[in-house]
Design a protein. Sequence first.
Length: 264
Amino acid sequence: MKIVLDVKESLIHNAEHYFSLAKKQRKKAEHAREALTMLREKLEKKTPAPNKNQTTTLRKKQWFDAFRSTKLSSGKLVVGGKDAESNEVLIKKHVLKEDIVFHTEAPGSPFVVIKTGGSTVTEQDLEEAALFCAVYSRAWKQGLSQAEVYWVTPEQVSKEAKAGEYLQKGSFMIYGKRNFFSPGLRFALGVIAHEVIVGTEEHISSHCSQYVVLQPGETKTSDAAKEIAKHVQITDSNEVLRALPAGGVSITKKKGNILKRDVF
């Protein structure tokens, strides 16, 4: 610190001058601290307290994240393969004897499994899982209005081919009675706790205030994903894109507002 003395004044006068300056600076510093304290208090009042019921961490990765998955109205988990390799892994490693397995009559669809957890499976469970299987089948990409879906028990699914036949990866033989559904290719998509869920409109609308209804169409899935993400208020459109079936889509309804006439 550099001190300049006035040679025309006495030493005592110079000392009093600097003492007065120091006193003024000290008061300014105190006022600044008080202002900073008041500002902090105002910011704390405006910042909402954390919600104890709201999780602030991302959900821990689960085994079914490697597949397509959603929850039925009953809360049961439904898991589907994405391709031949994941079909193979799903059936061989993750199907238990109490589960229900779905597939389509036409080739090129995922195997879909209801993880029952040993609980009773209702007709509504079967219908919702059949829709899930149909939506991600080749029928959607072909622009069909519905698909033939059947369900069987795990013991009816085998990797043992008939004599003279060869099963490719992701393919299985189905033996015994098949139980059929013919769901229309029309489903709803919404978001719960930052996770994209799909299902019937009745199911999704009961859990989501904002959702869309989709059917096969001409819009590219990448373009549709951006539009849907904005509507359901999710920042990453890739989360939506991963939930869309292969092939074009048409958004027929948003939040209950009909954009075009339903055809099913």
